[in-house]
Design a protein around this ligand. Structure first.
Ligand SMILES: [Zn+2]
Length: 231
């Protein structure tokens, strides 16, 4: 991260069993933070209760609730448990006033519906690793959410997503790696690492015709504002 001038990172929790290790990473350095949540792709594990999420979210290093959301691509069939889990996370985020990290895949309509029904806008948050179209982006922006782009935006076939990355207001944009997945060009196919978010930033800056330093400063400001981090 230092070699790439990446100053801060959020380590994402995807199961409660992993939370202790995520927190350990976050505790290892002042510029690292943690989230707490259970990813929608994990079906056969103990459901976190609202109370449990709130207890774990009390740690000052925990700046977000998630990763949560809906995924109808990886899993099919009866997915009411997934929607219920998402609702629990939104309620936790509102109750502890920490923003949500939301994953949505092949489920944008239901994701937005649940966000509205549960008033996710009251907690705020980010649509992480965004891959949807402008219509979905603008609906999330209307709910007060940020849009985060990963290495996918650098892929040759990602024309529609690049169009979204041109249109999202700079003050509502975040960049991420989603490590260890989705390494950006020119490292596509390799094991991703947080420092490579630099390539995502460089690519979007070029798309928008602005200096990379400006994009870096703006997305950093957004990160601190969204996750309530004092610099
Ligand atoms: Zn995700």
């Amino acid at each position: 991260m230092r070699d790439n001038e990446v100053s801060h990172a959020l380590c994402i929790c995807v199961t409660i069993d992993d939370f202790a290790r995520v927190l350990q990473v976050a505790n290892a350095a002042p510029n690292l933070y943690a989230s707490v949540g259970v990813h929608p792709d994990y079906e056969d594990l103990r459901e976190p209760s609202l109370e449990e999420l709130l207890v774990l979210a009390r740690d000052p290093k925990v700046v977000a609730i998630g990763e949560t959301g809906l995924d109808y691509y990886r899993l099919t069939g009866e997915l009411e448990w997934q929607r219920q889990r998402f609702r629990t996370h939104i309620r936790a985020a509102r109750a502890c006033a920490k923003p949500l990290v939301i994953h949505t895949r092949a489920a944008s309509a239901d994701t937005l519906t649940l966000m509205r029904e549960e008033d996710a806008g009251a907690a705020g948050g980010v649509m992480h690793c965004f891959t949807e179209n402008w219509e979905v982006a603008s609906a999330a922006l209307d709910l007060g959410f940020y849009i985060s782009f990963s290495g996918i935006v650098t892929f040759k076939n990602a024309r529609d997503l690049q169009d979204v990355a041109r249109r999202v207001p700079l003050e509502r944009m975040l960049i991420e790696t989603d490590s260890p997945y989705l390494a950006p060009v020119p490292h596509r196919g390799k094991t991703n690492q947080p420092g490579w978010v630099r390539h995502v930033g460089e690519f979007i800056a070029q798309l928008r015709g602005i200096p990379v330093a400006q994009l870096g400063e703006q997305t950093s400001d957004n990160f601190f504002r969204l996750f309530n981090i004092l610099r």
